[in-house]
Ligand binder design. Structure first.
Ligand code: 4AD
Length: 429
C-alpha cells in the first residue's frame, strides 16, 4: 500500500511512494519542484540533480496540471512546505496525462466554474469548504447519537406535501403521482411515538423558482423530533445543537477555516443562551428600519438581517402568526392567532438556518387545518392516526445544512456548500 500525504508525519526518515495529481511544478537551476496533490493534502517533492534518478528529471517536460503521477522519495520535516513535510524525491513517473486542464490558477467566472464543478472540486478552496461540510455533518450526527436519539431515515418518495403545495416536485410512482420529500418531519413524528427521540438526515427538495444566495432545489436537512418536548424545550435543544456543531468545527477544522480566510472571531461567540424574540417583538424591531413591513407577513431576507444585526449570537423568533405557517403547527392556547413555531436566524446576515416548533396534537384541529390549507385529507390518513392512538405533545426542527455551511464558512452563496449543487436553472454536472 502506498502512503497518503496526510499520513507523512508517521513516515519521517522513511522512503515512501506517493500517488497523486500534479498541482504545480517549477525548475530553479539544478533543482526541480513538484507540488503533488492526493486528495488528503499537498506535498512538495524536491528533485536535486545527482541525488535523484536521471529519468525523474527527464519526466519533468511531460508534466502538466492534474496529470496522474507516481513519486518516491525520503520524507523530511519542512516547516515552509505546505503540510509541513516534503519529499527528497528520487523517482517520478507520469502514469496518465492531463492536457489543457480547463481550470488554471487565474480567476474564472462563476458560471464557468459551475459548469466545471466536477473539476472545480479539486481546488484548494473547494476542498476546504467541503471538508468543513463533512465535519459539520459528523458533529451533527454525534450530537444526536450521543444523546440517545435513534437515526430514522425518512423516505424520498412521498404521497403528500409537508411544506405547502407550491414548492412540490411532482414525479411518477409507476402509475401514480408522487412527490419528492420537502421534509422528513411527518415521518419523524410517527417515529417519535415509536422511539421517543429520533432524527433523520437526508436530501430534501423544493421546486423554488428563486435564484437567491440562500436557495437550493436539493438541500440536506437534519431533523430531530422529540416526544413530550414543548416549544421552549425545542429551542433549548436547537441552541445546544448549534453551539456544539459550530464550536466543534472551529476546533477540528481550524486549518480549513484559515485556508478560506474565514474570520472566526464572530463564530467563537456562538454559545448559548441565544436571544429569543416573540414575533410581535421582532416586528417592532423591523418596523424601525423598514416602515413598509406589514405586521402579519413573513420576514424577507432584509428583515431577518435587521433582526440578526442587533445581536452577536443567533436569535430565535417564535410565535409566528399561524396564518403564515404550515398546517401541522400547534396554535398557542392563550392566543391561537399565533403558532408554537420557532425559527433560528444566524449571525452576520446569514438568515434563517432552522425552522421548527411544537406540533398540533388534536385530531379535530388537525383535520380542520388540513382543510384550511386545501390539502387532501386522505393523503394524511396515516399522519392523523398519530392523533388517534395516544396523541402526545412533541416538537422538532429542521436545520438546513447548506445554509449552515455558508454561515460557518462565511460564503456569500450556497452554491459552493454542496459537492454538486442543484439550482434553479442548473442541474449539470
Ligand atoms: O423552515 P423549513 O421549511 O422547515 C421544515 O421543513 C420543517 N418541516 C422542519 C422540521 O420541523 N422538521 O426548512 C428548514 C430549514 C430552513 O431553516 C433552511 O435552513 C433550510 O431548511 N431550507 C433551505 N435550504 C436551502 N435551500 C432551500 N430552498 C431551503 N428551504 C429550506
Amino acid at each position: 500500500m502506498g502512503v497518503w500525504i496526510s499520513d507523512l508525519k508517521d513516515h519521517v526518515g522513511q522512503s515512501v511512494t506517493l500517488k497523486g495529481w500534479v498541482y504545480n511544478f517549477r525548475s530553479s537551476g539544478k533543482v526541480k519542484f513538484l507540488l503533488l496533490r492526493d486528495g488528503t493534502g499537498l506535498c512538495q517533492c524536491v528533485y536535486f540533480k545527482g541525488e535523484c534518478e536521471d529519468s525523474a528529471l527527464e519526466e519533468f517536460p511531460n508534466l502538466s496540471q492534474e496529470a496522474f503521477v507516481e513519486v518516491q522519495g525520503l520524507v523530511k520535516e519542512e516547516a515552509r512546505s505546505p503540510g509541513g513535510y516534503e519529499l527528497g524525491a528520487t523517482h517520478l513517473k507520469v502514469i496518465s496525462k492531463s492536457e489543457n486542464y480547463p481550470i488554471s490558477p487565474k480567476e474564472h467566472g462563476t458560471d464557468f466554474l459551475m459548469t466545471n464543478r466536477h473539476l472545480w472540486l479539486r481546488s484548494k478552496r473547494q476542498h476546504a469548504i467541503l471538508r468543513i461540510r463533512a465535519e459539520l455533518i459528523s458533529a451533527m450526527r454525534d450530537f444526536f447519537d450521543g444523546r440517545g436519539f435513534t437515526l430514522m431515515d425518512a423516505p424520498i418518495f412521498t404521497p403528500s406535501a409537508c411544506e405547502g403545495t407550491s414548492t412540490l416536485f411532482e414525479t411518477q410512482y409507476f402509475d401514480q403521482k408522487a412527490y419528492l420529500s420537502q421534509s422528513g418531519q411527518l415521518y419523524m413524528e410517527a417515529a417519535a411515538a415509536a422511539f421517543g427521540k429520533v432524527y433523520c438526515f437526508g436530501p430534501t427538495f423544493r421546486a423554488e423558482k428563486s435564484k437567491t444566495r440562500r436557495h437550493l432545489i436539493e438541500f440536506w436537512m437534519i431533523e430531530p423530533e422529540v416526544a413530550f418536548n414543548d416549544l421552549y424545550d425545542n429551542m433549548e435543544l436547537a441552541e445546544q445543537f448549534v453551539e456544539y456543531i459550530v464550536q466543534r468545527t472551529l476546533k477540528n477544522k481550524a486549518e480549513e477555516l484559515k485556508a478560506i480566510e474565514r474570520d472566526t472571531s464572530g463564530l467563537e461567540k456562538i454559545k448559548g443562551p441565544f436571544p429569543r424574540l416573540h414575533y410581535a417583538e421582532a416586528c417592532e424591531i423591523i418596523k424601525k428600519e423598514n416602515p413598509d413591513f406589514v405586521v402579519g407577513d413573513d420576514f424577507g431576507a432584509p428583515d431577518e438581517t435587521i433582526i440578526s444585526s442587533q445581536y452577536d449570537k443567533p436569535v430565535f423568533v417564535h410565535h409566528y402568526p399561524a396564518a403564515i405557517k404550515a398546517f401541522y403547527m400547534k396554535a398557542d392556547d392563550d392566543d391561537p392567532k399565533y403558532s408554537m413555531s420557532c425559527d433560528l436566524l444566524a449571525t452576520e446576515g446569514y438568515g434563517e438556518i432552522i425552522g421548527g416548533g411544537q406540533r398540533e396534537e388534536s385530531y379535530e384541529t388537525l383535520v380542520g387545518k388540513i382543510k384550511e390549507h386545501d390539502l387532501n385529507q386522505e393523503d394524511f390518513d396515516w399522519y392523523l392516526d398519530l392523533r388517534k392512538y395516544g396523541t402526545f405533545p412533541h416538537s422538532g426542527f429542521g436545520l438546513g445544512l447548506e445554509r449552515t455551511v455558508a454561515w460557518v464558512c462565511g460564503l456569500n452563496h450556497v452554491r459552493e456548500t454542496i459537492p454538486f449543487p442543484r439550482l434553479y436553472g442548473r442541474y449539470h454536472p
